[in-house]
Design a protein. Structure first.
Length: 457
């Protein structure tokens, strides 16, 4: 959940490395110009070169969650005005969206992104310019953050087909293979990324994202049970990011992610003091850079809970797991397995190894549990309703979607605009189908039409 990911700016800069060759290909005589795919790739590379002229938000200033939320509100208003005035396909509107996307992805506004990408993708795909490339990247990053890793991998490989081997993209593919358990592929891509990064450093005097690649390699070594090999690799990644932070003058979330990997390995090797130190540092940085309700703090709080319980500090463990439980319940990408693990962990602090049962103590978790039940109920109804509608059964599917829309609309702790919209879109489709069915008294042909339209949805 806390893998380092190069930003869209990093990716664009990586594509820029191929700009010279691509532009030369585009400038050849008419016979070479006749290949539309070559021109398409050249256009992507050229426009990405323009887009990669800056070094990304990490270099522009500190990551401060409170400031990002303020900027988010301003950019949302700007995007909404441009969209209304010029339409979603206008260059000014798209520029505003991708500026907003950079903030949304850092703040884990995954539902908001999903709701807009429905319109952004078709608006960008036909253009065959830098916005097409950015849209594919945005979709890939979003699917990765949502835990839909294979969908993200498909998009990354699509970009690999356009760009060839470039360090930032190859690193992203390595992280994805590592996450889905294909460690041979992950290690191969990480080693390729490290080679490309070192070549870049040698010829351009740039450090690149060597820390992120080392962190990925540490993850592969860890998952293969090579903890003693993984620890120095993770420490090297941490020192890389920490050193860069010292030069810049502020902490970044990448340092926190590296600290989390170090703490994980320290915990596995039995060094509880070291694990606590690195986990506490990661939590502090995550709170500053991403906010106290960010999904990133869940992992750090969970890790600290595990450390505290092993150190015999039950009350501190309980507080860490309670807070992690609360934050996990409001994440855009709801993870039921994670929630149940945190639920059981915090309850165990009241049950295991204690004399007597303080029943009143459990009441502090009632609101979280009730909230999770309502969320699951809404999302389950939406999933079942969608399935029935896509299968041509609007009579049973529409009521479920209606109930889900009402439950989502009543929720105020997270942004459910996209979920409500999805339900209502399917309900509107059903309304048209049911009206058509009522006109066809024979009924035989209307069912066929309903199924055909459902399959097109």
């Amino acid at each position: 959940r806390s893998r380092p990911f190069p930003s869209i700016s990093d990716m664009a800069a990586a594509v820029a490395a191929a700009a010279g060759a691509a532009l030369q290909a585009a400038a050849r005589p008419p016979r070479a110009m006749a290949a539309p795919r070559s021109l398409w790739i050249a256009a992507l590379v050229f426009c990405s070169l323009l887009a990669g002229g800056h070094t990304g938000k990490l270099d522009e200033g500190p990551e401060v969650a409170t400031e990002q939320v303020k900027e988010e509100a301003l950019l949302e208003v700007k995007f909404a005005k441009l969209r209304k005035q010029y339409g979603i396909e206008d260059r000014r509107t798209l520029t505003a969206f991708f500026e907003l996307f950079d903030l949304w992805i850092m703040l884990y506004r995954l539902n908001k992104i999903d709701a807009v990408l429905v319109d952004i993708m078709p608006a960008c795909e036909w253009r065959r310019d830098e916005f097409t490339f950015k849209a594919v990247q945005a979709l890939a990053f979003t699917r990765w953050k949502q835990g839909r890793y294979r969908e993200a991998l498909e998009r990354f490989h699509e970009m690999e087909g356009w760009m060839g081997k470039h360090a930032a993209l190859v690193e992203n593919i390595g992280h994805t293979y590592n996450t889905i358990g294909q460690y041979d592929e992950a290690e191969r891509y990480f080693k390729d990324a490290l080679t490309l990064t070192k070549l870049k450093a040698k010829h351009r005097n740039e450090t690149g994202n060597e820390g992120g690649i080392l962190l990925g390699l540490a993850g592969v070594q860890d998952r293969r049970g090579r903890h003693l090999d993984a620890l120095p690799t993770a420490v090297e990644a941490y020192e890389f990011f920490k050193g860069r932070d010292l030069v810049r003058g502020w902490d970044t979330s990448l340092t926190a992610k590296a600290a989390m990997q170090v703490s994980k390995l320290q915990l596995k090797l039995g060094n509880l003091t070291g694990a606590e130190t690195f986990s506490a540092e990661a939590l502090k940085i995550f709170e500053l850079t991403a906010g106290e309700d960010s999904p990133l703090v869940v992992g750090a709080l969970d890790r600290l809970g595990s450390i505290y319980i092993r150190l015999g500090r039950r009350e501190e463990a309980r507080k860490s797991w309670h807070r992690a439980y609360k934050v996990a319940s409001v994440k855009d990408a709801l993870d039921l397995v994670e929630i149940l693990e945190l639920h059981n962990a915090v309850l165990d602090t009241h049950i295991k190894g204690v004399e007597g049962l303080d029943r009143k103590a459990f009441t502090m978790y009632f609101d979280i549990a009730k909230f999770v039940v309502e969320r699951v109920r809404a999302e389950t109804k939406q999933a079942a309703g969608e399935l029935l509608v896509l299968g041509g059964d609007c009579k049973q599917g529409r009521p479920l979607l209606s109930e889900a829309a009402e439950l989502f609309a009543a929720e105020t702790s997270i942004d459910t605009t996209g979920l409500v919209r999805q339900c209502r879109d399917l309900m509107s489709f059903c309304d048209g189908t049911l009206k058509q069915q009522s006109k066809d008294s024979g009924g035989g042909s209307s069912g066929g039409r309903g199924k055909a339209r459902s399959s097109e949805l």
